[in-house]
Design a protein around this ligand. Structure first.
Ligand SMILES: Cc1ncc(COP(=O)(O)O)c(C=O)c1O
Length: 375
């Protein structure tokens, strides 16, 4: 029996996006961010396809994601998995044993990682995480040099990297981001003056890759990309990379009915037919990830045509005006987002209607949405 709602993942498009990003930032290395199960889409297929395409570095948010990724990529040589944000004290021994690259957010944490590495008779690779303006995690810029010096003196650590993150890089020429970059590079330069050099220096995520090309040049050596792999962007800013959508969300028609003028549709009776209409009820709702914000505003493709959503999105069903589409019947395919001939609806379009970003749309696809890999 087929699942009612599926998201098709075009792995060739994913690989083309990865290659475009890699070519754009060459000779920088590219770390692919596959946190939250590859933004909810299924880390195994993403990771394997990206490794085949030449990616060797991956970023995750927390330890279970790191272990899962290592399991998926077991036996592949030269793969590095990095926790990007923080590691909690009780997670450190297992992460060190697993060989996960860890973020260093303060000296206390570094001491725990050092002790765990010494105990396990291993060297733990670490990257200093500097807070240059994100205001979330990491070593404050004013403490950076002192902390780096102190951590460098600890045993069992390979301090191979230093990185930071930007909250506003979607704004081209944003002065705050420009200041962050200057601050970060000045710290890297001050370290170099003391003979402290890093193999990996990174700051750019998708936004900075698109809007701050200086973050893909020396002294940087690496960029981190997540949302662009899926073919989506932050809603603002320059979209320098010509990446393509990877995802198609599909469902099917549950019922088609001819309804008289005056009929109201769905909860809240937010839509009233002002003329007789043919309405298809499709088998997907907000539990599948269709934002309520599509109510009376969004579109889907049925029978090769763009059809308007009429009535409030409910948990499992959505009503669509198919008056002008001949022959629609129960079981017919519906493209919620994806390509239809020359037309397309993207997660970015939904994000615009919801007043959010594509991350929110992609990460909100429901658990009953089947992830289908198109190799
Ligand atoms: C530290 C860090 N680097 C990189 C990324 C990837 O960002 P994007 O998906 O915008 O490329 C994230 C995602 O939030 C992140 O937290």
């Amino acid at each position: 029996m087929k699942r009612r709602v599926v998201v098709e993942i075009d792995l060739q498009a994913l690989v083309r996006n990865y290659r475009k990003i890699a070519a754009h930032v060459k000779p920088m290395d590219v770390l692919c961010v596959l946190k939250a199960n590859a933004y909810g889409l299924g880390v195994a297929a993403y990771a394997k396809a990206l490794v085949e395409a030449g990616c060797t570095q991956f970023g995750v948010a927390e330890p279970y994601e790191a272990l899962e990724l290592l399991k998926v990529l077991k036996g592949r040589a030269g793969i590095e998995v990095q926790m990007l944000s923080s590691v909690l004290p009780d997670e450190i021994p297992e992460m060190v044993k697993a060989g996960v690259i860890l973020p260093m957010t303060d000296l206390a944490e570094a001491k725990l990682v050092s002790a765990a590495a010494v105990k396990a008779k291993r060297t733990a690779k670490v990257h200093f995480k500097l807070d240059t303006g994100m205001g979330r995690l990491g070593i404050l810029a004013k403490d950076a040099l002192g902390t780096i010096r102190a951590v460098k003196a600890l045993p069992g650590l390979d301090c191979e990297g230093i990185f930071s993150h930007c909250p506003m890089a979607y704004e081209p020429k944003d002065p705050f981001t420009a200041k962050q970059i200057k601050l970060f590079t000045s710290i890297v330069a001050a370290c170099a003056k003391e003979g402290i050099r890093f193999k990996k220096v990174h700051m750019a995520a998708s936004d900075a890759i698109n809007n701050f090309p200086e973050t893909a040049k020396a002294p940087f050596t690496l960029v981190r990309t997540g949302i662009n792999l899926h073919g989506s962007f932050d809603p603002y800013g320059r979209k320098a990379l010509k990446v393509e959508p990877v995802l198609t969300l599909k469902t099917r028609v549950a019922q088609v009915r001819e309804l008289p003028a005056g009929t109201t549709l769905g909860y809240g009776r937010t839509w009233c037919l002002n003329a007789p209409a043919k309405v298809a009820t499709i088998s997907a709702g907000y539990a599948d990830g269709l934002p309520l914000a599509l109510t009376n505003r969004g579109f889907v493709f049925i029978g090769g045509r763009r059809c308007k959503i009429v009535g409030r999105i409910s948990m499992d069903y959505t009503t669509v005006d198919v008056t002008d589409v001949p022959g629609v019947k129960a079981g017919d395919e519906v493209i919620c987002f994806g390509k239809c001939g020359r037309d397309a609806i993207t997660p970015d379009d939904w994000a615009a209607l919801k007043g959010t970003h594509a991350y929110d749309i992609i990460c909100s696809l429901g658990t009953r949405v089947q992830r289908v890999i198109k190799a």
